[in-house]
Design a binder for this molecule. Structure first.
Ligand code: 5GP
Ligand code: ZN
Length: 138
């Protein structure tokens, strides 16, 4: 996806209507048009990067630094009990808009969101081997 076609870049440029909740020189936060709960908000860096891992560290640091402030305001506005911060990176992970973003999803006990969390246990030795392999790739 080129920057010219990116729906989130169009929001940054104010060329399409957006329910903005926060904006500064680095980030924009706005309400998701397809919410999982009332107040479901997206936080994006104004610069176009596809994935978290593509962002330069200074952009990522500033982007992440805004999360707490926006999440607190969202939760207070809708009276939520908690929230999920979700980042889909890549098509396989459910990323549809290829401009990096975090979802801030207000939660209430028993709301039925994310009921399937398919956790499992590693077989013997696998956890140490995987940790070593990840360290090698840093
Ligand atoms: P992803 O699956 O890429 O993590 O999530 C993209 C999110 O962007 C979806 O939750 C979707 O509802 C939201 N979205 C897509 N197009 C628009 C739009 O034009 N306006 C707004 N406000 N949200 C959008
Ligand atoms: Zn973009």
């Amino acid at each position: 996806m080129s920057q010219d076609e990116c729906i989130f870049c169009k929001m940054v440029a104010d060329s399409i209507p957006t329910a903005k909740v926060y904006e500064d020189d680095v980030v924009l936060a706005f309400l998701d048009i397809g919410p999982l709960s009332d107040g479901h908000t997206l936080l994006i860096p104004k610069q176009h990067y596809t994935r978290i891992g593509d962002c330069p560290e200074d952009v990522l640091a500033a982007f992440c630094a805004r999360l707490g402030k926006v999440a607190r305001a969202v939760v207070a506005a809708v009276g939520a009990e908690g929230y999920n911060i979700l980042g889909n990176n890549g098509r396989s992970a459910g990323q549809l808009v290829e401009h990096v973003h975090f979802h801030i999803i207000p939660r209430r006990t028993g709301d039925g969101i994310f009921t399937n969390w398919p956790a499992y246990r590693y077989p013997q030795g696998r956890i140490e081997a995987l940790a070593a392999k990840i360290r090698e790739n840093l």
